[in-house]
Write a protein that binds this ligand. Structure first.
Ligand SMILES: C[S@@+](CC[C@H](N)C(=O)[O-])C[C@H]1O[C@@H](n2cnc3c(N)ncnc32)[C@H](O)[C@@H]1O
Length: 188
């Protein structure tokens, strides 16, 4: 599956007319929940989240994705705007790879449907008090646009992932694009 995903996204990001990406509305609405310090942007693609956060100068940022083509595009956008950040090509289906990345104050995950196991692994990559801001398309987005059901979040799907993740905020958007946003804190 990961190979097919990589090929699909490499193709998307290799299009010569890709434009500098805008940050998702849910990031702008919820960025205040993040705490000072480092940030890991997971499944970053060409950097809609990572570039916005790194550009603020407040969050030393690392972007990870399975698509090296997406990360190259991100690095090109960053260099054009003199934004400093790091990238690493990594397969989220291999949770061992994640455990080599160290600990972060903040993790962002946008427009990617994770497994519960992945969310738990991301929580384990947070320092105590660290925050995970996760936002993706929900079932209403599927119903109104035909977006793939497989990649859509069920209603309140991750309200209770396990005892090590404290949910501090949840929001379902009331207008398109329909997304669910979760902010978890590592209470340990
Ligand atoms: C819809 S894009 C979202 C990109 C970015 N987070 C955003 O909101 O603009 C999904 C991203 O997930 C990445 N991805 C898919 N499968 C992956 C995997 N197994 N490991 C790491 N990244 C993966 C893709 O390469 C793609 O960049």
């Amino acid at each position: 599956m990961a190979v097919i995903d990589r090929q699909k996204w490499d193709k998307v990001y290799s299009h010569p007319q890709r434009k500098y990406p805008n940050p998702p509305a849910a990031l702008i609405a919820h960025a205040d929940y993040l705490i000072p310090g480092s940030l890991l942007d997971v499944a970053s693609g060409e950097g809609a989240v990572a570039l916005y956060m790194a550009a603020s100068g407040q969050y030393p940022t690392t972007a990870i994705d399975i698509s090296q083509t997406g990360l190259d595009r991100l690095s090109q956008f960053a260099s054009e705007r003199k934004i400093a950040l790091n990238t690493q090509c990594l397969d989220l289906d291999d949770l061992q790879q994640l455990s080599t990345l160290g600990k972060y104050q903040n993790i962002t995950l946008f427009r990617y449907k994770p497994s519960t196991e992945l969310l738990k692994a991301l929580m384990a990559a947070l320092v105590p008090g660290g925050r995970l801001l996760f936002s993706s398309f929900n079932i209403q987005h599927h119903q109104t646009t035909g977006f793939s059901r497989r990649f859509s979040l069920d209603k309140r799907e991750f309200m209770d992932i396990d005892g090590t993740a404290k949910l501090i905020h949840f929001a379902a958007s009331s207008s398109a694009p329909y997304t669910d946003t979760y902010i978890f804190e590592n209470p340990q």
